[in-house]
Design a protein around this ligand. Structure first.
Ligand code: ADP
Ligand code: MG
Length: 458
């Protein structure tokens, strides 16, 4: 399974839908809260202003109309500033002398123009005052009345009200974020499930992705993907059938040609003709090998082809493989040795395991020089069981070592006779059964070491 994007961990991901939604939601919510508060500040501020002005006027009139004039009830600064209590001043008719005041500390003179005024005394931090000065009475000696209220108190009231209005929206924000988080998490979970489905696909036989539990918005994407998968599947099947049919069709005539060549051998005159004849024979053998490898390959590609696993003793299997390839070793005068000694059992189809080791040993024998040495070793490395196939050939240039597993890839200049399919077949068979092939150029001299890691449970 290849890397499936996970979206846990950091919540700040500039390309994540979740981050963007969250950011927008927070911005919108805070914006709405601020706007609401501001509107309510303005609207409620006006309301408070007008109604308090009205009350001030009523209080002033009630004093001015009383006969004899009422005395203002004494109060303190605390009442003026924190409760916004009205301060009532009674002035002499000429407006020069303050006869009585509910809070004498406050030094605001009688305003020249009757009605409402805003006055700043500068004596206090909260020194703005709303002042209502009553009109002079009809009688010349009638005292003048002036009512004052702290301006900051009014502003604070409006502000408190505004904040209260904005509060519900702000309080709803965490809830909205939580809901959004849950919805987006669920959506991204199902996306990840789809991604996992895709990642775990076997490229040889892709299966449809399930549409269950996929959000409606993503369903078309999954549907389109399924469509693509089914086309890939059929293209793959067509290609595999073609290779299989072609190889099959070639096998019989090629076998016939091989027979004819064998029959001809006795009749070939000595000299240059024998030389040519040998080349012809080698070519036919090579073609037969290629056809066999192609058939192996297309058989491997067949979907749901699961040969029954069995308990395979690796040492026995390796001995069989070596003895079967002895013909090739003899032909090339390669000294092949086998070293076993540990008990290794793998549960897998024996034919597939054979194709892993046959291909590796075949390569070692083919690419070792004439008269070279090949060693097959079953042993333990760091506690894990491995099979090493060592030769003393040229090895593989480091840059090509990953590519030799590709189908039809051969290192330029390799000895004739190969198809370029052996390692591809070996690797597929290995992977399918939990084995791992590792190619390494030998550090203890010239040559290649092919190491097969056996499954841990073996
Ligand atoms: N033991 C080896 N020593 C040197 N080169 C090797 C060895 N095994 C494989 N190769 C290189 O890897 C290529 C691919 O191997 P393979 O897939 O078995 O195809 P083939 O052997 O049919 O060419 C070979 O053509 C060869 O160039
Ligand atoms: Mg080969």
């Amino acid at each position: 399974m290849t890397g499936v994007a996970r979206s846990g961990g950091r919540w700040w991901r500039p390309h994540s839908l979740r981050t963007q939604l969250l950011l927008w939601l927070i911005t919108l919510h805070l914006g709405a809260a601020v706007l609401t508060a501001w509107f309510s500040f303005v609207a409620y501020g006006n309301l408070v202003h007008n109604s308090m002005d009205e009350q001030m006027r009523l209080v002033a009139e009630s004093y001015a109309g009383s006969d004899p004039m009422k005395t203002p009830r004494p109060m303190d600064g605390e009442a003026a500033f924190s409760r916004g209590t009205f301060i009532v001043q009674i002035w002499s008719a000429d407006g020069h002398t303050l006869r009585a005041s509910s809070w004498p500390v406050l030094a605001v003179p009688l305003q020249a123009s009757p009605g409402f005024n805003d006055v700043n005394t500068g004596a206090h931090a909260q020194s703005s005052w709303r002042v209502f000065t009553a009109e002079p009475g009809q009688r010349a000696d009638q005292p003048r009345v002036q009512v004052l209220q702290n301006e900051d108190y009014r502003r604070r009231r409006a502000l408190r009200r505004a904040l209260l209005e904005g509060l519900p929206i702000t309080l709803l924000l965490p809830l909205a974020l939580l809901i959004l988080w849950i919805i987006v998490s669920a959506a991204s979970r199902s996306l990840r499930a789809v991604a996992r489905d895709v990642a775990s696909q076997d490229e040889r036989s892709p299966t449809e992705l399930s549409l269950a539990r996929v959000p409606e918005e993503i369903a078309p994407l999954v549907g389109a993907f399924n469509n693509l998968l089914s086309r890939v599947r059929s293209a793959f099947a067509t290609q595999r059938r073609f290779v299989q049919d072609a190889a099959h069709e070639l096998r019989t005539p090629m076998a016939a040609i091989g027979l004819q060549i064998e029959n001809l051998r006795a009749h070939v005159p000595a000299g240059e003709a024998t030389e040519r004849f040998n080349q012809l024979e080698a070519g036919v053998t090579r073609a037969q090998h290629l056809i066999e490898q192609l058939l192996n390959l297309s058989r491997q590609d067949a979907p749901q082809r699961s040969a029954a696993g069995e308990r395979v003793d690796i040492e026995v299997l390796l001995r069989e493989s070596v003895s079967q390839l002895m013909v090739l070793a003899d032909a090339r005068r390669v000294d092949i040795g086998f070293e076993g000694g540990i008990a290794a059992v793998v549960f897998a189809p024996a034919a597939e395991l054979r194709s892993v080791f046959d291909n590796l040993i075949d390569n070692a024998l083919r690419y070792a020089p004439e008269g070279g040495v090949v060693d097959v070793r079953l042993h333990r490395v760091d506690g894990h069981m491995v099979v090493d196939v060592l030769d003393n050939g040229p090895g593989i240039p480091q840059a090509e070592i990953a590519r030799v597993f590709d189908r039809f890839f051969r290192v330029p200049g390799s000895a004739a006779g190969g198809s370029g399919l052996g390692l591809a077949i070996a690797r597929t068979a290995a992977e399918r059964n939990g084995l791992r092939i590792e190619l390494r150029n030998r550090t203890d001299g010239l040559g290649l070491m092919a190491r097969v890691h056996l499954p841990a449970a073996s």
